[in-house]
Design a protein around this ligand. Sequence first.
Ligand code: 2BA
Ligand code: 2BA
Length: 109
Amino acid sequence: MKLIIAIIQDEDATRLVSALMNDGYGVTKLATTGGFLRAGNTTLLVGVEDERLEGCLHLIEKLCKARKQMAASPMAGGGIAGMYAHMPIEVTVGGATVFVVDVDQFHKY
Ligand code: 2BA
Ligand code: 2BA
């Protein structure tokens, strides 16, 4: 068994959770915050049998879109005499950041 930890954008979460549930995957949705943008995102935990892993990853890849967002410069609050402190930069977020980890044990009590 694997545990998929997928960090996705809020805008994609509803559709992806519905699609995963329709295909019979178990899903837990967490409201999370990205460290860089300090904005809300969504983390999904999906415990899957090994043979269903690829199908789940395929759905995540299909339904999560990359988007451009403006962010405050990483130099905000620092930099030489604050010269660049408010310079916005464009970053491309997602589609999805996905970690797949081996599950040592799985219990339901
Ligand atoms: P955030 O940390 O808010 O990052 C949002 C986007 O900002 C990132 O998109 C990336 O394009 C950009 N970014 C992040 N750190 C940067 C930096 N130091 N300099 C310039 N640009 C930077 P994604 O890479 O698609 O990541 C989306 C979200 O996934 C992240 O939100 C974070 O919540 C999560 N994430 C990404 N990599 C991770 C990792 N290695 N471990 C844990 N969470 C991660
Ligand atoms: P929920 O997804 O809200 O599911 C609540 C309960 O509804 C489940 O209890 C199960 O009895 C039932 N249920 C879920 N999906 C169903 C379906 N497709 N058809 C019929 N009944 C269904 P539990 O199995 O004890 O799960 C409790 C919570 O644990 C779940 O809440 C979910 O948040 C999490 N979870 C369970 N299995 C998971 C997995 N494989 N991966 C990630 N999270 C899981």
